[in-house]
Write a protein that binds this ligand. Sequence first.
Ligand code: CA
Length: 241
Amino acid sequence: MALRERILIVEDEASIQKMLRTVLSANGYEVIEALTGAEALSMVTSHCPDVILLDLGLPDMDGNDLLKSLREWTATPVIVVSARTQEMDKVAAIDLGADDYITKPFGTSELLARIRMAIRHSRAMRHNDHIARTGTFQSGGLTIDYNKYRVYVDGVDAHLTQGEYRIVALLGRYAGRVLTYDFIMKELWGPASGGDNKILRVNMANIRRKIEKNTAAPRYIFTEVGVGYRMAEGDLDEEDN
Ligand code: CA
């Protein structure tokens, strides 16, 4: 979990590359760099970056062509960082599979926010892939069995009610992300559920009692005060990476 996220910068302009490297390293990311499209392709294969920052104007190919070939075999998030500001350029890159698009010049806080978002999004997708493939979500001692509609803690059935199970199952699908009270209410009780979160809070208290050793210091489901709940990151196996 403490592993640093690795970001591949694909950029031929030395000043921009240096600026990106400095900002990203200072913010705890591991940085790898490619100056050409060909170099980028081989680095994606050999270094498995978590996010790719892609300049469109590369010396040996158009960034869009690189994006196209990447998307034939990898879902690694790509954020296009380009001086092309036309809306049609953005649409084209996103149609080819870019996850996001930032135009130069950009602020570092915006860049960092976009990177965090891309990483969160790709984690959520990997959790969903994992659930789709195995039918289970696992985080430490917690297992959600989506086929049997059951939740186990250290291998023991937690005996959740159907309502409690639905909350945990939903949080598992979005593990690592905060789900707002409102979102959860609407997903589970429909758009007419209104603004009263009492049913959710009551259920959560019961869930905690059943799945957490210490309800005051939860390990699996965290409260974001005033916002909502967040399931701990799931354990992803090698195949998910
Ligand atoms: Ca360039």
